[in-house]
Each structure stands twice: as structure tokens, then as C-alpha cells.
Write a protein that binds this ligand. Structure first.
Ligand code: 5GP
Ligand code: ZN
Length: 138
């Protein structure tokens, strides 16, 4: 399904022009309009899925392989030393566009810190509780 009111549906299906790095039957990969680093790209499925929880499994199974191809091409072509994959689900997680997308963010030697967090602490009791709470819903 493609949604008329979704900007990424329009971009993924060529209705709105974008700088594309790759395209096949399932995906279009574009440069992010507000890049975190030079070459920051987004993998967009051509069909509309709100987030990872809605993503079709067969389409989802192709995402990591495509991300690896892009990451390798970025290392060779752009000279980045590594890359981050970032995939936000829900507003609380920072998702601003409600159409599944995977960020591929090239990382350069000496570049700014990003995609980092301060390690917290977890008690043994809470760790056990967390395992119970999640596994009960698997
Ligand atoms: P999110 O925060 O939802 O994970 O990421 C949305 C990303 O989409 C942001 O990095 C933002 O810069 C990018 N973005 C939003 N609108 C457009 C657009 O119209 N064109 C392109 N190329 N990127 C967009
Ligand atoms: Zn969409």
C-alpha cells in the first residue's frame, strides 16, 4: 500500500524527486535532507509501513543486506571509516516520519560524537524483572 499523505511514499515511488543512491522493486535509497554527516542516507521501502513493527517480513529481511552494501560503498566511495545504522520507532524514539526507514550514517575519523548514550546501571533484580516482562510477550 502507498499512502497519498506520506512524503516518503512519494519520494520512494519517484513522485517527488530526491538524490537516489540505489533503487530496486522494493526500495529506494536517498540522501537525507538534513544529514548528520556527509553521505547520510535513508533506505525507504516503496510500500508504506509505519515502522519496524508493521514492516513486511520478506521486505524487512532484505534491509540489512542492502545496508551492508551501502555501508561498503560509502567506505570505498566516501572514505568514511565506519557507519551507524539507526532506525527509530515511535515518537518517543525520535521517529519524525511515520514511514519505516533505516538511516545509514557514515562516520569519519575525527568526526563528531553521535549515536552515543551514557551507560546507566541495572540491578540484578530489575534485570530479572525485565527479562520476565519482555519474554512474556514474545
Ligand atoms: P526520523 O527522525 O523519523 O528517524 O528521521 C527522519 C529523517 O528524514 C530525518 O533525518 C530528516 O532529515 C529526513 N527527512 C525528512 N523529510 C525529508 C525529505 O523530504 N527528504 C529527505 N531527503 N529527507 C527527509
Ligand atoms: Zn509512506
Amino acid at each position: 500500500m502507498v499512502r497519498e499523505d506520506c512524503i516518503f511514499c512519494k519520494i520512494a515511488n519517484g513522485e517527488i524527486p530526491a538524490a537516489a543512491l540505489y533503487e530496486d522493486d522494493d526500495f529506494r535509497v536517498i540522501l537525507d535532507a538534513g544529514p548528520a554527516s556527509r553521505g547520510h542516507a535513508l533506505i525507504l521501502p516503496k510500500q508504506h509501513y509505519q515502522d519496524l513493527c508493521e514492516l513486511d517480513e520478506a521486505v524487512g529481511a532484505k534491509v540489512l543486506g542492502l545496508a551492508a552494501r551501502l555501508g561498503k560503498a560509502m567506505k570505498s566511495g566516501l572514505g568514511c571509516a565506519g557507519f551507524n545504522l539507526v532506525q527509530n520507532n515511535g515518537e518517543a524514539a525520535g521517529q519524525t516520519v511515520k514511514h519505516f526507514h533505516m538511516h545509514i550514517i557514515p562516520r569519519y575519523e575525527g568526526g563528531p560524537e553521535m549515536v552515543a548514550w551514557n551507560p546507566g546501571v541495572v540491578s540484578p533484580e530489575d534485570r530479572e524483572q525485565i527479562v520476565e516482562e519482555v519474554t512474556a510477550h514474545m
